[in-house]
Design a protein around this ligand. Structure first.
Ligand code: M6R
Length: 638
C-alpha cells in the first residue's frame, strides 16, 4: 500500500526510481508519480500517471532527464479519488518544495483550514499536499530548516513516512518517519531511499532503518539524523542479506501459484529455524538459507528460544493468559492457533481482530503474553493494537515474516518466520507458516510447562513435517482434475457458502476470504452449526456449499448432520474430507480427500488444495490474480 522510492547520487535517478517503484508494485497502488531536479535547468521536472508504473515509465521514456536527485511514489488512494491531481508528488504554492507520503496525516483538515486563511491554494484533496504548504510557511517563520521541521512534526498528527525535495537545496532529500517505515540504503557516493527494502536490495546491503519519530537530511555522501526534538542521533547501517532474485516468479504464471508450491519448503525451513534457535552457532539468527536444512539436526531445546522472544523461561512457566492479535489471513491463523494454545498448553487464549482492538475494553491480566501475528510486520491496525498493549505492561511478541519490519522494532520480542518473501497480495505460504510456527510454539510452551515431554515435542515436529507433505501431495493428486474440469465448472457460480466447525471453521473463513479477494465471487462463511439458525434459507442449487471436515470424531459426526441438512434441501455440496470419512464422501456432489494427519493440523494439510482450487477458479475468470482490485499487500493505513 503506497510506495516511496528516492535517490541522491550519480545521475541514475530516473532508472533507479522507476525500477524501485516496479519492485514495490506488489504492495498495491492505483497511480504513480516522479519528481527530480533537472541538472541543466536546476528546476523540478515532475510527472504523474493514473494506473500502472509502466504508464509513468512510458511518459518518461523519451525524455533526456539528467538528474542525480529525485523521488517517486505509488499511491493507494485514501483522501481523494484516483486521479492525477491527487497523485504524489505534491507541492507548495510556488512549486519549490515537492513531497511524497505514505500514511495518513490526521490533523490535515485543521491545518488546511488555517493555511487557506493565510492564502495558500490547494490543487488536490489529499492530506499530503497540506504538508508541503505547512513546511513552506514554517520555513518563512523559522530561522533554520531544522527548526521548521521540528515545528512541522509537532503539528502533524497521524502516521507518515515523508520524503521532500527542495529546489533551494538541490543536493539533499529530507526524510521524516513516524509510524510508517522509511529506509536509507547507503551506497558509494549515493543513497537509496525506500519504504521497503525490496526497492534497493540489489544496489546495497547497507541499510539504515529510520528510528520511530526521526528525520534525516540525506546527501549523496552524508546522512544527518535527528529525533523529533532536533537532537542528533547516531545510527550505524545494518547489513542485510536479501537479494531480488528471491522474488522472481521462477517460471510460474503467478506469484500466488509459486507461493502455493513453496509452502512445504517454507514450513520445513521455519520449523528447522525454531528447532535450532539456541544452538550457539545460530544465536541472533533472523534468516536461514536452504543449506541450513541440510545440517545434522541436534535438538537441544535450549532456553534461547525464550531469549529470542525476549522472555524468560520462568515467565513462560507462569503464563496464565495468551492474547493473539492480527488482521485478515493472519487473524485466521490465530483463530486456528487458539485451539493449539488452549488444548496443548491449557492456557486460556483470546483472539482479537487488530482493527477492532483499539475500540474495545481490554483487561490486561498478570502473567499474560500478547502475540502479534503479521506477515508484513507493517499492518497499521496490528501496530496500533501493539502500541495499546505495550502501554498496558503486557509482554508483547511479534511473529512476522519480515525481520526488518516496524513490528519487530516495537514489540518486546520477536520470532521470525522463514516463509521467504511473499509477493502475491493473497497470503498463502505466510498463512501455512504462521499456523505451523504457532503449533510449534504451543508445543514448546507445553514442554516448558512440563505438560508434555520431549518425545511428544519431537512427535509434534514430525507431525508438522508430515502435514506439510500432505499439503503438497494433495495438490498433485487433484491438479489435473481441478485444471481440466472442476475450475471451469465452479467458476460459473456467482456465490458460495463456506462451512466449518471447531478448528475447521476459521479455516473455512480463510478459504472464503481467499475466494472473495482474488476471484471477486461472493462467499459467506458460517460455523456449520449455525446453518439452522438462519443461513439455511440460502441453500439452493445455485449456491454451492463448501464444507471442511475435521479429524475430531465428535465434530465429524456433527458435520455429517450439517451435510445432510444441506442435501435435504437440494443443496450442491463440495467437501474437503480426510481419508475414510465415508459418510461425508457419500453425501457430497464432489469430495477432495486428504490423508489423515495430527487432528490439530487438519487445516494445514488441506491448505494447499484449497488454495490451488481457488487459484484455478480465478484463473478461469481471468482476474489479475497477484494484484486484485482495491487491495494492497501491506495495509499501512488504519
Ligand atoms: O501483513 P499482515 O499479515 O499483517 O496482513 C494482514 C492482512 O492484511 C492480510 O492477511 C490480508 O487479509 C491478505 N490479503 C489475505 O490474503
Amino acid at each position: 500500500m503506497c510506495g516511496i522510492v528516492g535517490y541522491v547520487g550519480q545521475g541514475k535517478c530516473k532508472k533507479y526510481v522507476i525500477d524501485g517503484l516496479k519492485r514495490l508494485e506488489y504492495r498495491g497502488y492505483d497511480s504513480a508519480g516522479f519528481v527530480c531536479i533537472d541538472q541543466k535547468h536546476k528546476q523540478f521536472n515532475f510527472f504523474k500517471k493514473v494506473g500502472h508504473v509502466q504508464e509513468l515509465e512510458k511518459a518518461l521514456h523519451d525524455l533526456e532527464l539528467k538528474s542525480s536527485i529525485g523521488i517517486g511514489h505509488s499511491r493507494w488512494a485514501t483522501h481523494g479519488i484516483v486521479n492525477e491531481l491527487n497523485t504524489h508528488p505534491h507541492f507548495n504554492c510556488d512549486k519549490s518544495i515537492a513531497v511524497v507520503h505514505n500514511g495518513i496525516v490526521e490533523s490535515y483538515e485543521e491545518i488546511r483550514k488555517k493555511l487557506i486563511e493565510s492564502r495558500h491554494e490547494f490543487e488536490s484533496s489529499t492530506d499530503t499536499e497540506v504538508v508541503a504548504h505547512l513546511l513552506e510557511s514554517l520555513i518563512k517563520t523559522h530561522k533554520t530548516l531544522k527548526a521548521a521541521i521540528v515545528d512541522l512534526v509537532r503539528q502533524l498528527k497521524g502516521a507518515y513516512a515523508l520524503v521532500f525535495l527542495f529546489e533551494q537545496y538541490p543536493d539533499q532529500l529530507l526524510l521524516i518517519r513516524k509510524r510508517s517505515p522509511l529506509l536509507i540504503g547507503v551506497g558509494d557516493d549515493e543513497m537509496f531511499i525506500a519504504s521497503d527494502v525490496l526497492a534497493f536490495c540489489d544496489q546495497t546491503n547497507k541499510v539504515i532503518f529510520m528510528p520511530e519519530e526521526s528525520f534525516a537530511i540525506v546527501k549523496k555522501d552524508q546522512i544527518e539524523l535527528f529525533d523529533f526534538e532536533g537532537k542528533a542521533l547516531i545510527i550505524k547501517p545494518q547489513e542485510i542479506d536479501f537479494k531480488h532474485d528471491q522474488v522472481d516468479k521462477q517460471g510460474f504464471e503467478h506469484y500466488m501459484l509459486k507461493e502455493i508450491y513453496e509452502q512445504k519448503r517454507s514450513i520445513d525451513r521455519s520449523i528447522s529455524f525454531c528447532k535450532f534457535i539456541g544452538s550457539n552457532n545460530f544465536n541472533n539468527l533472523t534468516h536461514i538459507s536452504d543449506n541450513f536444512l541440510t545440517q545434522e539436526a541436534k535438538i537441544q531445546y535450549q532456553d534461547s528460544i525464550w531469549s529470542q522472544l525476549g522472555i524468560t523461561s520462568e515467565k513462560i512457566k507462569e503464563l496464565k493468559y495468551i492474547y493473539l492479535i492480527a488482521a485478515g489471513t493472519s487473524w485466521h491463523a490465530c483463530r486456528i492457533a487458539q485451539f493449539f494454545f488452549e488444548n496443548i498448553c491449557k492456557i486460556p487464549t483470546y483472539v482479537y481482530l487488530a482493527s477492532e482492538f483499539g475500540y474495545m475494553p481490554f483487561f490486561p491480566e498478570e502473567n499474560s503474553l500478547a502475540i502479534f501475528v503479521t506477515q508484513s510486520g507493517e499492518t497499521a491496525d496490528t501496530l496500533e493494537a501493539l502500541r495499546v498493549v505495550n502501554s498496558c505492561n503486557v509482554f508483547t511478541v511479534a511473529i512476522t515474516n519480515v525481520p526488518s519490519s516496524s513490528i519487530v522494532r516495537e514489540a518486546n520480542g520477536f520470532l521470525p518466520m522463514q516463509a521467504g518473501p511473499e509477493i502475491s497480495v493473497a497470503s498463502t505460504k505466510a498463512f501455512s507458516t504462521q499456523v505451523s510456527v504457532l503449533f510449534w510454539l504451543a508445543n514448546r510452551v507445553a514442554l516448558e510447562k512440563k505438560l508434555i515431554d520431549i518425545e511428544v515435542m519431537k512427535a509434534a515436529e514430525e507431525d508438522l513435517l508430515l502435514a506439510a507433505e500432505v499439503l503438497e501431495i494433495s495438490i498433485e493428486s487433484y491438479k489435473w482434475e481441478i485444471k481440466q474440469t472442476l475450475a471451469k465448472k465452479y467458476s460459473k457460480y456467482n456465490r458460495f457458502i463456506f462451512l466449518g466447525r471447531h478448528i475447521s471453521y476459521p479455516f473455512a473463513l480463510e478459504a472464503a476470504l481467499k475466494l472473495k479477494e482474488i476471484s471477486y465471487i461472493f462467499a459467506q462463511c458460517y460455523p456449520a452449526g449455525e446453518l439452522k439458525h438462519g443461513p439455511i434459507a440460502l441453500i439452493d442449487k445455485e449456491t454451492p456449499v463448501i464444507l471442511f471436515s475435521s479429524l475430531n470424531d465428535l465434530i465429524y459426526q456433527k458435520l455429517v448432520a450439517n451435510a445432510q441438512e444441506v442435501k435435504a434441501r437440494n443443496g450442491h455440496l463440495v467437501t474437503f474430507v480426510f481419508e475414510g470419512q465415508q459418510e461425508l464422501i457419500e453425501l457430497s456432489d464432489y469430495s477432495f480427500i486428504v490423508s489423515r494427519v495430527n487432528p490439530f493440523l487438519g487445516p494445514l494439510a488441506m491448505t494447499g488444495l484449497m488454495q490451488f482450487f481457488i487459484y484455478q477458479i480465478t484463473k478461469e475468470l481471468d482476474r489479475p490474480i497477484d494484484r486484485p482490485r482495491n487491495l494492497a499487500k501491506s495495509v499501512t493505513v488504519e
